[in-house]
Design a binder for this molecule. Structure first.
Ligand code: HEC
Ligand code: HEC
Length: 462
């Protein structure tokens, strides 16, 4: 234990030296325009000064981003009257992407080069609400219940009708007989015990406690460059602030893996349902276990992949055997929602599905080739694929983000997919209709309007 502590302090020392070295390097090379991989640890400004700086650009950056969303998407509220997410919220209906003077049918005859040349690809990478700034950002529907998540400098950007249920259903692989355990309640530190005591074993219960406990993070901590002015916000964030009820609320931040800032992907929170059958974790990193990802989230992702910054802001090192393991154990019993039309192979039951859904399944497995990456029963091949979307757009800066290559991305499972809009690692597809348009272009499928409808009907049944 003592040795561990010493190692930790040595690490802090090395980090501080490194960071000081970098700051000095930047001073010497100011004219040479050095771009550092490190964040500024040696702050020379007070909290009030830093806050004032952020407030000075808040409105203009928000306006710029809203204009971008408006130019790319039809943001008027369109939901389905007869299809709901498991928690009861109507699902959003699209396609929402705006086309610059073309029709979807006209895209079918175009090559990637032509679309790129004309600059008309509808699903370019989506920048973060303030891409140059970054950090964790929580939707209004969650802030309403948990106000400590308010950032003074940045408001959430996505419209609420394209987000998941505010308090999603929870299904446990260990107790399917119970159905939805959450019953419309948002699980937090103040109610998790009374709801789950007697249903979970003590290890899982302790794991869940840690998943709803606040730990320091880049924007939510006690140092001068935090982005909260609330005392309760300074204690940090919890895993379930984003993965609400073990699912997702659409909270977003920037992936920690890339430098400089403009190359970092916006990432939108994935569901934790069904992590038990998955083998890769993270859209790009492909960590191999839920345990690794749990540990990594709090030690590195919380601090933009900057371990020096983490040391300064009070990183909480989870103990692998008794804490990481328990947290992972709880996550691994979060089940996909029930899909009453699927048989034991995860395929449509012919006696329950309607003709549109069955035609959609045939397309999914046949002409549209979706199943080559998303095979039943969970509709993932547990692999990564490079969809090479950059064939369709030019590399250029937009609102502080470089529209660069996505690279290989994890094939996210499609079981329960109607519950987790918006879609793709950065949320660039708001609806399942947008997804079908996206893959119609990416795979050059030439799908007809009826075929697109059928594919959507099939995915709604998953
Ligand atoms: C700001 C919101 C946020 C918080 C807080 C958060 N996560 Fe995540 N989580 C994400 C995002 C976004 C991703 C996708 C990461 C990527 O693409 O690399 C993710 C990915 C994951 C994954 C991998 C899922 C997959 O399907 O690949 C696991 C497991 C996970 N988080 C667990 C946790 C745990 C445990 C905590 C608390 C220690 C936590 N998360 C805190 C947003 C969050
Ligand atoms: C070559 C492999 C491949 C093929 C073919 C493919 N997908 Fe995917 N799919 C992926 C990958 C990889 C992602 C994640 C991409 C990202 O996040 O940027 C994905 C993401 C998705 C998502 C969003 C998942 C989420 O949680 O956000 C949906 C829905 C989807 N695919 C449906 C389809 C459909 C429908 C088809 C056929 C028309 C299809 N896919 C064909 C690999 C593929």
């Amino acid at each position: 234990m003592k040795k561990q502590k010493n190692q930790f302090f040595n690490l802090v020392r090395v980090c501080i030296l490194l960071a000081l070295g970098t700051t000095t390097g930047v001073v010497f090379a100011q004219k040479g325009n050095v771009v550092s991989s490190y964040g500024p640890i040696n702050q020379t400004q007070t909290f009030d000064q830093i806050k004032a700086g952020r407030m000075a650009v808040k409105d203009s950056r928000a306006k710029e981003h809203q204009e971008l969303l408006n130019s790319r998407y039809d943001l008027s509220n369109k939901t389905s009257a007869d299809v709901q997410m498991s928690g009861g919220k109507p699902i959003p209906v699209g396609p929402t992407a705006k086309l610059s003077g073309l029709t979807w049918e006209q895209y079918n005859g175009m090559t990637p080069e032509q679309i790129k040349e004309k600059g008309t690809f509808p699903y370019k990478p989506l920048p973060f609400a303030d891409h140059a700034e970054g950090g964790m950002l929580f939707p209004q529907m969650t802030i309403k219940t948990i106000p400590r998540l308010i950032r003074f400098d940045l408001d959430y950007d996505m419209p609420e009708w394209i987000l998941p249920d505010p308090a999603p259903a929870i299904y446990l692989t260990t107790r399917p007989d119970l159905g939805d355990v959450a019953k419309g309640r948002l699980i937090t530190i103040s109610n998790y015990y009374e709801i789950f005591n007697g249903i979970l074993n003590p290890k899982q219960l302790e794991g869940l406690r840690l998943l709803v406990t606040q730990f320091p993070q880049q924007q939510f901590n006690a140092t001068e460059d935090r982005r909260t002015d609330r005392a309760d916000g300074m204690l940090g964030v919890t895993c379930f602030d984003c993965h609400v009820n073990g699912h997702t609320n659409g909270a977003s931040h920037l992936v920690g893996d890339m430098r400089p800032q403009e190359f970092r992907h916006k990432i939108e929170t994935p569901s934790l349902r069904g992590v038990n059958i998955q083998q890769l974790f993270g859209s790009q990193r492909a960590l191999k276990t839920v345990e690794d990802f749990t540990e990594f989230e709090q030690r590195a992702a919380y601090f933009d992949g900057d371990h020096c910054m983490a040391a300064k802001k009070g990183v909480n090192i989870l103990e692998r055997g008794s804490q990481v393991h328990f947290m992972a154990e709880f996550q691994a019993i979060l089940d996909f929602p029930p899909a009453t039309k699927l048989n034991i192979y995860g395929e449509l039951d012919q006696t329950k599905a309607n003709p549109g859904e069955l035609r959609g399944e045939a397309l999914f497995n046949g002409k549209a080739r979706c199943a080559s990456c998303h095979p039943a029963p969970y509709y993932t091949d547990n692999n990564m694929h490079n969809l090479k979307a950059e064939r369709f757009y030019k590399q250029e800066m937009v609102n502080g983000m470089m529209m660069a290559h996505d690279g290989p991305i994890k094939t996210f499972p499609l079981r329960g997919i109607k519950d987790s809009p918006p879609y793709m690692h950065d949320g660039r597809c708001f609806t399942l209709e947008d997804i079908v348009e996206y893959f119609n272009l990416i795979q050059q499928l030439d799908l007809k309007a009826e075929e697109k409808k059928d594919l959507v009907a099939f995915m709604r049944a998953l």
